[in-house]
Design a protein around this ligand. Structure first.
Ligand code: FE2
Ligand code: FE2
Length: 278
C-alpha cells in the first residue's frame, strides 16, 4: 500500500521569532514530527512526506536550515515544492543535495508510487502572494502526464485553484489555474489536486478533478466568509494529511486528516460497557 503524508505551510522563522508575533511555528513543526513519528508505528509503511510550500516565512537560508534541523527527526524522507513565503534560490541551495531538487528553473518533480504518480509543481511568483504556473511548469506537467500514461495522478501545488470562501485567500489562489484544469480535464486517468496555502482542510470536486487543501501544523486561517472579513489567523489544532492507496473495495487514494497533539485513549471498544449502548 503506497502512502505519503502531506505536511504544508510550516512557516519556519529564525529562533526566537513568532509568525505574526503570535504563532510559534517551530514548536508546531516539532510537535508534528513527534506526533507523526508516533503514528508511523500504527499506520504501516509510509513512503515519504511531501511538503507543499511555505516551508519558511521569509525564504531565508537561516530559516531553511532551521526547517531542516527540525524535520530531520521525522522518520521519513521528504520532497518539497515552494509557496509564496519561500525563496526559490535559497530553497534550491538548502536542498541542493536532494535528488528531487532541479539544478535550475522551477522546483518541480514527479514521483512514481506504483499505482499512482505525484507531480509536484512550483506556483511561486516571487514578489507576489498569489500563485502562477509558468510555461516551464506547464511543459513539465505535459511531459509528466504523458509518462503517467493514464494511471491516477496527484498534482501537488502550494496555491489551490478552488476557492475556500475566505475572500482574501481566494484572491491569492493559483490565478492561472483555469489553464491547469483544462490540461487535467484532458488527461485520460483520475486526477487529484492537493494544495496548501489556506491552512485549513477543504475538499471540492471541480469537473473530474478532486481538489483538496490541507491544514498546517501551526496556525489556521480564520474561517470568516463574510464580505468584509478581516483576514486573520487563529490557533486551531494543527494537522497533517495521510494519503494511502487502498485496493478495496475499489482502488483509491484515501486521505485521512491527522490532528497534531496528544489525545486521551485509545480504549478498546470491546468490554468497555456491560450494557449495549442504545
Ligand atoms: Fe501559508
Ligand atoms: Fe501560502
Amino acid at each position: 500500500m503506497p502512502a505519503f503524508i502531506q505536511i504544508t505551510d510550516t512557516h519556519i522563522l529564525p529562533e526566537g521569532e513568532l509568525a505574526y508575533g503570535r504563532s510559534d511555528t517551530a514548536a508546531a513543526l516539532e510537535a508534528a514530527v513527534t506526533s507523526l513519528n508516533e503514528k508511523l508505528a500504527l499506520i504501516g509503511p509510509v513512503d515519504c512526506a511531501i511538503v507543499t510550500g511555505d516551508l519558511t516565512d521569509y525564504g531565508t537560508a537561516q530559516e531553511y536550515e532551521r526547517f531542516k534541523a527540525i524535520i530531520a527527526r521525522l522518520k521519513l524522507p521528504y520532497l518539497a515544492i515552494p509557496g509564496n513565503h519561500d525563496g526559490r534560490e535559497a530553497m534550491r541551495a538548502a536542498f541542493a543535495s536532494e535528488d528531487w531538487m532541479p539544478k535550475t528553473g522551477p522546483v518541480q518533480w514527479a514521483r512514481d508510487f506504483g499505482p499512482f504518480t505525484v507531480i509536484g509543481l512550483d506556483t511561486l511568483l516571487e514578489t507576489a502572494h498569489y500563485g502562477h504556473l509558468s510555461e516551464e511548469g506547464f511543459a513539465f506537467l505535459d511531459q509528466a502526464l504523458t509518462e503517467a500514461g493514464g494511471k491516477p495522478v496527484v498534482i501537488a501545488t502550494h496555491h489551490p485553484w478552488m476557492h475556500s470562501g475566505i475572500a482574501a485567500m481566494d484572491a491569492d489562489n493559483l490565478r492561472n489555474g483555469a489553464a491547469l484544469m483544462e490540461r487535467l480535464e484532458a488527461y485520460s486517468g483520475p486526477v487529484r489536486m492537493i494544495s496548501g496555502h489556506v491552512h485549513r482542510a477543504l475538499t471540492a470536486q471541480l469537473g473530474k478533478v478532486t481538489c483538496q487543501i490541507a491544514p498546517a501544523p501551526c496556525h489556521a486561517v480564520h474561517l470568516d466568509q463574510r464580505v468584509n472579513a478581516v483576514n486573520s489567523l487563529i490557533m486551531e489544532p494543527g494537522g497533517a494529511t495521510l494519503y494511502t492507496w487502498h485496493e478495496t473495495p475499489q482502488p483509491a487514494l484515501v486521505s485521512n486528516q491527522l490532528p497534531i497533539g496528544s489525545f486521551a485513549g485509545p480504549w478498546p471498544f470491546a468490554g468497555m460497557l456491560d450494557e449495549p449502548s442504545t
